[in-house]
Design a protein around this ligand. Structure first.
Ligand code: FAD
Length: 293
């Protein structure tokens, strides 16, 4: 491994000042779980790593605002979300997703900001946060901006972040009253990388779908919204098997799915056509169904 400088700033502003908008070899580090793997594989050879571990503790906080939204600091550990009573009670879909996201060792060190900035299209959180309508706050030398989580990734390991911008918070609207589920399909252990991930959030009027947000992960180069499937679900009876079948088929048809070591494109297409309906049924059951397969 080539030698590199490890900077340990004590404030967010100092961390940002140590980054360089022009230099891809200067990188921030949250938990370092992805950075270290990339360095070991030789795909990242940094000249400087800027550790965010020592910046103001407020950036690692979790809290629920007066509007009922969950505010997650960019430096919050995935395990903090997993074990938060507020998250378990208010955003059960999020809490359940975390249980099979990687393993306990990774969850204890990985941060929410690092998770979103990494932009591996196989990751579990981005489709879930996108389906919940979450927004991400980004801070750079000129201040902060916010954008929907679904607009953060632009492709394989690519985001809209400038090299001197950091993910500093994520705001998740209250799940209250909305039914949600994330189906993680793995070909090996339940906590393995998904062959496919389907996140569904339904706004229901009794048994009828008033609105639906559906996102798929591990199928294309970024988490993708399934507008065709959503349109079929909107206004339909949520338990209508024929509608769920049509929505699954529409989802599979509307995407140009990419194969990977976890499954071929045709396998993933089939999974999507089946698991979209299962995700809706699981959401209707309050997430009581099996959310991984
Ligand atoms: C063994 C293993 C299994 C895994 N399995 C899964 C899985 O099943 N599902 C899943 O979803 N994920 C899985 N992961 C991925 C894991 O979720 C990510 O590695 C982790 O979330 C990254 O967070 P981090 O804080 O460690 O990021 P880091 O490694 O610190 O950083 C990742 C990237 O983000 C940048 N970065 C870090 N923090 C910020 C910030 N605040 N703002 C802007 N840029 C930043 C870094 O420069 C780097 O480019 C697995 C990882 C491992 C090692």
């Amino acid at each position: 491994m080539a030698p590199f400088e490890l900077a340990r700033p004590a404030t967010l502003q100092d961390a940002i000042a140590l980054l360089d908008p022009e230099d891809p070899d200067i990188r921030p580090v949250g938990g370092g779980t992805a950075v270290m793997l990339m360095m070991k594989a030789g795909v990242l050879r940094p000249t400087r790593l800027v550790s965010l571990a020592g910046i103001e503790p407020e950036h690692a906080r979790l809290g629920v605002g007066a509007d009922g939204a969950l505010r997650i600091g960019g430096l919050a550990r995935l395990s903090a979300l997993e074990h938060s009573v507020a998250v378990r009670e208010g955003w059960p879909m999020l809490a359940r997703t975390l249980r099979t996201l990687s393993n306990v060792r990774v969850r204890h060190v990985a941060t929410v900001g690092g998770n979103l900035a990494h932009a591996d299209p196989h990751m579990d959180l981005p489709p879930v946060l996108s389906a919940l309508g979450a927004r991400v706050t980004v801070t750079g030398p000129d201040g902060t901006r916010t954008l929907p989580v679904e607009d953060l990734s632009t492709g394989y390991y690519e985001t809209v972040l400038a090299r001197d911008e950091l993910v500093t918070a994520v705001d998740v609207p209250a799940q209250a009253g909305r039914a949600g589920a994330y189906m993680k399909v793995t070909t090996r252990a339940a906590h393995d990388w998904p062959a496919l991930g389907v996140a569904v959030v339904l706004d229901l009027d009794g048994e009828q779908v008033r609105d639906a947000r559906v996102f798929v992960g591990a199928a294309t180069d970024r988490p993708t919204r399934l507008a065709g499937a959503e349109a079929l679900l909107r206004g339909a009876a949520a338990r209508d098997d024929a509608v769920l079948k049509r929505a699954g088929e529409a989802a599979a048809a509307e995407l140009d799915i990419v194969g990977d070591p976890h499954g071929s494109a045709s396998y993933k297409k089939h999974l999507l056509s089946v698991y979209l309906g299962r995700a809706v049924r699981c959401a209707l059951a309050g997430g009581a169904g099996k959310e991984h397969a």
